[in-house]
Design a protein around this ligand. Structure first.
Ligand code: FAD
Length: 378
């Protein structure tokens, strides 16, 4: 059976997220883009509204929401501002390894407090010489009695300087292994905030680990499980990246539609020209397609099915749709598309990261091809 309708609860969630965006996100989007200041106030409201940390299981005090339900929320937030969206939702990425592979004691200790107050955590995997090729991480975790001692540099870590704890991928001998590391552990050095092209208020920093002692009980899974855990995490989070990009594309379409209906050139409205209206038709069609891919990949993982190919399809396709929609919006708005009087230039800057983080476009295509290679026909 195929049924594309939302349940009453899901519809209510969409409306709640839409209201939240109108009240708390859109009004401060330009301010945070200019200042780069972390949106602490928005995050506190997001937490109060019960929209933060969606996936923490109910038995640990969380909302226990599905990936699909989370997508419904994040599409709306992303229409308002994807920089704020990334900043206030980065917990979803770092919490997922604990949810999919942590034991009950780890869930209680690391996730439990996050259901009581607005706190942050970060996913520390990428290194100067290991981004796409995660297995090349050089950070080491050396066993000393019942502890591990972690040494290495992680960079471009979202939420790295506001996090209370990190999920860290380090090698025990040659085995990539996941660890939960409280941020106040001695030997952790947080770098300065990076000046990124877009999503300015999202906090991206380098985090250095110098002889950081971590008890064995904070190891996630077994030694050598780290790569699998990192990949399982992406299966849950890439649909969310895809929906963030879809929300951004919607924002680009909204601005384009409003302007094309209002602006007059050569005695008629801009939208009366097929050269412009066809751009709008293409935008909405691609937005619909991106959303469907994202929803399907979320539905698959929510139902315990392998979604690696579908999540990769959704992530690369929606990222390209966002980038294209933002650039087309600038064309439709003419000069206004280029100046910062209108938010289209921000959309172009914000869109670019979707083609890079959580696996760049090329990596998504590699995942898709790897699955195709195992098939005789499709
Ligand atoms: C703003 C921001 C936030 C981030 N947040 C986090 C975070 O919270 N946690 C975290 O761990 N990481 C984070 N990252 C890191 C991000 O996931 C990596 O930047 C990304 O995975 C790409 O890795 P790389 O930069 O090392 O590029 P590289 O791996 O060096 O790749 C460079 C380019 O080559 C392409 N490429 C690589 N290999 C191949 C190949 N075999 N075939 C074809 N093309 C290839 C890539 O697709 C890319 O376009 C963040 C990055 C940024 C910029």
């Amino acid at each position: 059976m195929i049924d594309f309708s939302l349940s009453t609860e899901q519809q209510a969630l969409v409306e709640k997220a839409r209201d939240f965006t109108k009240t708390f996100v859109s009004p401060v989007a330009a301010k945070h883009d200019r200042s780069g200041e972390f949106p602490h106030e928005v995050a506190k409201e997001f937490f109060k509204a019960g929209l933060m940390n969606p996936h923490i299981p109910k038995e640990f005090g969380g909302h226990g929401r599905t990936v699909l339900d989370h997508l419904l929320v994040m599409e709306e937030i992303s229409v308002g501002c994807t920089g704020i969206g990334t900043a206030i939702d980065a917990n979803s990425l770092s919490q997922t390894p604990v949810i999919v592979a942590g034991n009950d004691a780890q869930k209680k200790e690391f996730l439990g407090p996050m259901t009581e107050e607005c706190m942050f955590s970060a996913y520390a995997v990428t290194e100067p010489e290991a981004g796409s090729d995660v297995a090349r991480v050089k950070t080491t975790a050396t066993k000393h009695g019942d502890d591990y001692v972690i040494n290495g540099v992680k960079w471009w870590i979202t939420g790295g300087s506001v996090a209370s704890w990190y999920f860290v991928l380090a090698k025990v001998d040659t085995k990539p292994t996941g660890f939960l590391v409280p941020a106040d552990t001695s030997g952790i050095i947080r770098g300065a905030k990076e000046h990124n092209l877009g999503q300015h208020c999202s906090n991206t920093v380098r985090v250095t680990f110098e002889d950081v002692k971590v008890p064995s009980k904070y190891r996630v899974g077994e030694e050598g499980d780290g790569f699998r855990i990192a990949m399982d995490t992406f299966a849950h989070t890439r649909p969310g990246i895809a929906i963030g990009a879809t929300g951004l594309a919607r924002a680009a379409l909204n601005l384009s539609l409003e302007y094309a209906k209002r602006r007059r050139t050569f005695d008629k409205k801009l939208i009366s020209n097929q050269g412009i209206s066809f751009k709008l038709a293409e935008m909405i069609t691609k937005i619909d397609a991106a959303r469907l891919l994202a929803h399907k990949s979320a539905w698959l993982v929510d139902n315990g099915k392998d979604n690696n190919r579908e999540a990769a399809e959704a992530k690369w396709y929606a990222s390209d749709v966002a980038m294209e929609a933002a650039v087309q919006a600038a064309q439709i708005l003419g000069g206004y598309g280029f100046t910062n009087e209108m938010p289209v230039e921000k959309l172009i800057r914000d869109a670019k990261i979707y083609q890079i983080y959580e696996g760049a476009t090329e990596i998504q295509k590699m995942v898709i091809v790897a699955k195709l290679m195992r098939l005789r026909e499709v």
